[in-house]
Design a protein around this ligand. Structure first.
Ligand SMILES: NC(=O)c1ccc[n+]([C@@H]2O[C@H](COP(=O)([O-])OP(=O)(O)OC[C@H]3O[C@@H](n4cnc5c(N)ncnc54)[C@H](O)[C@@H]3O)[C@@H](O)[C@H]2O)c1
Ligand SMILES: O=P([O-])([O-])O[C@@H]1[C@@H](O)[C@H](O)[C@@H](O)[C@H](O)[C@@H]1O
Length: 618
């Protein structure tokens, strides 16, 4: 069952004109370990959170650093196309503007089970809380290249011409603001693009100009919130130097002194933080030197990163998680790709490639660290390094933005065997990254409207400025100091889903489905009502079939309950389609799923005599 939206009826949730307020009981487990004895004790722990989420979204602006790039032009064109509801012809037929690849716009989340039928109920992820809509985002930004966005879109060669020609006029009216380019932070081959730079090399002056750009953009467009997001080229890592960029004050002083260690991406981060705007880093470099994090905490402004997790790495994080969770031991990961866009050209620079190599390699760290059965520590206590892992990126202009990823995963399996998985993955880089940019912006904006308070706190406050909630969208998630990094993709997704659920007072999804586990002879939980009611139907039908059709055996109450649960799970109201072999259907015992639509499909009916339904009534 699909519902476009919902409200929560609970004594712990209150809807006011301004906000959704929820009192949430957070349950977790803390483990106490004794280093001397090795004893470990698990202690269930609960805490009460009062969440408050502002219901008024306001006007939201998104300023992209690298606006004229493949991602920048693609996301801008896509918003224009969606806003106008455009369609266009291709050789494969008519295409229409969409937001596929955005979890907020194109994925759903389970709300719960239908109270009457027990059927799974899902809703759009964006329906969990008031959200900005991509169509309403006001786009602007900077680029070291001054091409208008219509020209840049053509240069990017990402979108079908059929949609390009329809948005070209709008995009041609957008010209990136001048930006900054320092030293060798990006590859030397990018110099030819740099015709749109702020004058001089005074980083302090550049900082103030960029801050003014943000203020001017916000006021000119009458915006309530501005998100600044880096989708410019990958920079080399910046040195972290004590007294230079290890604290907020040191970093601000270094900017004023135009210290060479300050990168463009860090300068933009500082400007955003000082203007109170959330900043997201879509590239792998260490934009967030300690001084930048310190500044974000001081100003209580969200920062997030690093490096969009768009295709090859997203796949890698899932495959390795699946293998390790299956008790198999990946021994090698060979991760190769070639691409022909300007990003690939920039990454042909060794220092820039190194930044990407780091982010693409670290994505399996948490999964490996979580299983010391497969990856035991050394005798010296040093954690196991995990599988051999190589990352190769080659620049092949001919393929353009259509990155070709080839991966090989080899694993130790049972009794000395080896499993090898090879994958070829054509990742249209910008078509996969652009929806992530939208999700990052919308989630960052949402986070600015969420506050929480525990009983010990005097007032509501925002989440930690390091917005690790964004991890699902990023290869190398930035987390608050001392917090563990989670890379496993579906754990990251569950974090988003359950955080949004908590904000409306709903419990986290635990996938236990206890209401479906109850013994057939026992009353099931509140949500068992549907299964028991359907069980009655099966019981009645099975009785008549057994008598009429000479079925093998009269379905006992227990057997009668089982088929209906399966039927409801598979076929919804009335009909039963394709039951699996260990399920029952109207013809009696499991028949290998040959129940055909309309062919003996179950009809919902009252429970058989004496069989209690979910709420204990016969
Ligand atoms: N699937 C993906 O596309 C993907 C996934 C993860 C990360 N990324 C990262 O996203 C970034 C953008 O990717 P892309 O394909 O759009 O690259 P791109 O080269 O097409 O665009 C980058 C743009 O940034 C501009 N630029 C460079 N330095 C700048 C600066 N200091 N200020 C302002 N503009 C600057 C360039 O002129 C260019 O227009 C890259 O760092 C890439 O590694 C991309
Ligand atoms: O697909 P993914 O690994 O998530 O991310 C991509 C890399 O595979 C590719 O090598 C790089 O050029 C892109 O900028 C992006 O980082």
């Amino acid at each position: 069952m699909f519902i476009p939206n919902f409200t929560v009826r609970s004594p712990h949730v209150r809807y006011t004109e301004e906000a959704i307020e929820a009192t949430y009981r957070y349950e977790t487990t803390q483990v106490e370990t004794d280093g001397a004895t090795g004893e470990a004790v698990a202690v269930p722990t609960t805490a009460t959170y009062h969440f408050r989420t502002g219901r008024h979204v306001g006007r939201v602006g998104l300023m992209l650093v690298g606006l004229g790039g493949n991602n920048g032009t693609t996301v801008t064109a896509a918003i224009a196309a969606n806003r106008q509801g455009l369609s266009w012809r291709t050789k494969a037929g008519t295409q229409s503007a969409n937001y596929l690849g955005s979890i907020l716009m194109s994925s759903t989340v389970r709300v719960g089970a239908d109270a009457a039928t027990g059927e799974e109920v899902h809703t759009p992820l964006r329906a969990m809380l008031p959200m900005a809509h991509p169509n309403d985002l006001v786009i602007g930004g900077w680029d070291i290249n001054g091409a208008d966005l219509g020209t840049a879109m053509r240069r990017a060669a990402v979108l079908d011409v059929g949609v390009q020609v329809q948005v070209e006029e709008e995009l041609s009216s957008i010209k990136p603001l001048p930006s900054v380019m320092y030293g060798d932070f990006i590859a030397a081959n990018q110099a030819s693009r740099a015709d749109n730079l702020l004058p001089g090399d005074d980083k302090g002056a550049h900082l103030e100009r960029i801050r003014a750009d943000i203020r001017d953009f916000k006021s000119a467009n009458n915006l309530d919130t501005v998100i600044v997001l880096w989708t410019a080229n990958t920079e080399r890592f910046a040195d972290v130097l004590p007294g230079v960029n290890d604290t907020a004050d040191a970093l601000l002083a270094s900017i004023k002194a135009s210290h060479e260690v300050v990168s463009p991406s860090t300068l933009f981060a500082v400007a955003s933080i000082l203007e109170g705007c959330p900043y997201v880093n879509g590239s792998p470099q260490n934009t967030y030197v300690p001084g930048a994090v310190d500044l974000a905490v001081r100003h209580d402004v969200f920062i997030g990163g690093d490096d969009f997790k768009s295709g090859q790495t997203k796949f890698k994080s899932v495959i390795v998680d699946f293998l390790v969770q299956a008790g198999l031991r990946p021994t090698s990961i060979a991760s190769y790709n070639h691409l022909g866009n300007n990003d690939g050209r920039n990454l042909s620079g060794p220092s820039q490639f190194r930044s990407k190599e780091i982010s693409k390699s670290s994505v399996v760290d948490d999964v490996v660290a979580a299983n010391e059965l497969l990856y035991p520590r050394g005798s010296d206590g040093v954690p196991n390094a995990g599988p051999d892992h190589v990352v190769v990126i080659k620049y092949v202009p001919a393929v353009g933005d259509s990155k070709r990823a080839l991966d090989e995963y080899s694993s130790d399996i049972f009794m000395g065997g080896t499993n090898t998985i090879v994958a070829h993955n054509t990742c249209e880089d910008s078509l996969l990254a652009s929806p992530l940019i939208l999700d990052l912006a919308l989630l960052a904006e949402l986070a600015t409207r969420i506050t929480y308070r525990t009983p010990e706190m005097g007032a509501h406050t925002h989440f930690h400025p390091v917005l690790s909630l964004l991890s699902y969208l990023l290869k190398a998630p930035l987390v608050p100091e001392g917090s563990p990094v989670v890379n496993a993709l579906f754990k990251q997704r569950a974090c988003i889903d359950n955080t949004l659920r908590a904000c409306v007072g709903l419990p986290p999804e635990n996938d236990m489905r206890l209401e479906q586990r109850a013994h057939p002879t026992q009353p099931t939980g509140r949500l068992g009502v549907a299964a028991a009611a359907a069980a009655a139907a099966t019981g009645a039908a099975a009785d008549s079939d057994a008598a009429g059709a000479g079925g093998s055996a009269k379905a006992t109450d227990a057997e009668a309950v089982r088929p209906t649960i399966q039927a409801k799970a598979f076929g919804g109201e009335g009909a039963v389609h394709g039951l699996n072999s260990n399920a029952w259907n109207a013809n009696g015992m499991g028949n290998g799923g040959s129940a055909e639509p309309g062919g003996g499909g179950l009809a919902a009916a009252a429970p058989p005599d004496g069989v209690a339904n979910g709420n204990g009534h016969a």
